[in-house]
Design a protein around this ligand. Structure first.
Ligand code: AMP
Length: 308
């Protein structure tokens, strides 16, 4: 069984979409990544921090999915990271209303000893210094290090972000963020510039328009599955990353060809995430449902064409 280390926020989110509004519910990058990666039966450990206000039942939810939560520090007197966002009518763009770092502000991550030899490390969205510290704790160079980040860290910790980007193999980033990071509008040019920063593989997520995987001149595109119901896109990017990382950890194959499948798994899992608010849809998602949707995905994208 492949080992996977997941780093990221475990959080409270309050979300507004054209379909409704939530109070503080379970969220966070590591939460969505963990729920998604749990579909691959990998030996996963989450590294994060929460406050004394974080309900035990949320932690139980993760450990019931076989995620080692010993690396989630609980700061009893502190408050959990809180994020609030409002989606526009197109559901593809959103405004951040509140980001309260709380316990995340001075978090020193500790990777559980048994996971310091993990083959795959998924550096989910949080402070790049924390991401860097996790990498430094690995006993040997992992087979694959994947990084996800967002505009917030580009705005407030760009130099540190560049330091960590230099050390990773795959970056997953959305189109808007790729443009912000590189100052380029064309995603092809942006991907080339990101390659020059370090990562050999660049995944650009385009929300309901799918995802692109770049490895220099090799490009692969996976559409997003057209869905009848999209309630809340929060966590879709993390769910994608969790599926991608989980599939690579399970197969142990880091070739470009296998990464194409990882993109398909990531997209398939993300298609469920958006159907309900927060983590609700991911909590009880069955293997049968995933399998059925993978078949739909295959049918949607397969065609035969005779070329002279
Ligand atoms: P996504 O929709 O995939 O970009 O991820 C949304 C999740 O990211 C939410 O559950 C938030 O709790 C979390 N989040 C929002 N802002 C940040 C931030 N600045 N750093 C880390 N995680 C964040």
């Amino acid at each position: 069984m492949g080992k996977l280390v997941i780093v990221g926020t475990v959080a409270f989110d309050a979300i507004e979409t054209p379909f409704g509004k939530t109070d503080k519910i379970l969220g966070g990058a590591a939460t969505f990544i963990g729920l998604s990666a749990s579909h691959f039966n990998v030996d996963a450990a989450a590294v994060s921090v929460v406050g004394g206000d974080f309900p035990q039942e949320y932690l139980d939810l993760l450990s019931n999915k076989n995620i080692d939560i010993s690396g989630i520090e609980i700061v009893k007197e502190g408050k959990t990271f809180f994020w609030s966002g409002r989606y526009h009518n197109d559901m593809n763009s959103r405004d951040t209303l509140v980001t309260e770092l709380n316990t995340l502000a001075d978090f020193n991550p500790v990777v559980p000893q048994e996971h310091r030899n993990a083959e795959v490390v998924m550096l989910g969205n949080l402070h790049p210094i924390v991401q860097l510290s996790v990498l430094e704790q690995m006993e040997e160079k992992p087979k694959l290090v994947i990084l996800d980040t967002m505009n917030f860290w580009m705005d407030c910790a760009l130099d540190d972000l560049h330091k960590v980007i230099k050390k990773i193999d795959v970056i997953t980033i959305n189109d808007e963020e790729a443009r912000q990071l590189t100052g380029e509008y064309s995603l092809l040019v942006a991907a080339r510039k990101i390659h020059e920063m370090g990562p050999k593989y660049v995944v650009i997520k385009k929300g309901e328009h799918g995802a692109l995987l770049f490895n220099n001149d090799n490009v692969f595109y996976a559409p997003a599955l057209p869905l009848e119901e999209v309630f809340d896109p929060t966590g879709a990017g993390d769910t994608f990353a969790g599926g991608f990382a989980g599939y690579i950890a399970k197969t142990g194959d880091t070739s470009f060809e296998n990464m194409k499948n990882a993109v398909i798994y990531g997209s398939t899992l993300a298609s469920f995430c958006v159907e309900k608010f927060g983590t609700e849809r991911m909590q009880n998602l069955t293997e049968g449902e995933v399998h059925k949707r993978l078949l739909q995905f295959k049918q949607l994208t397969q065609f035969e064409i005779e070329l002279a």
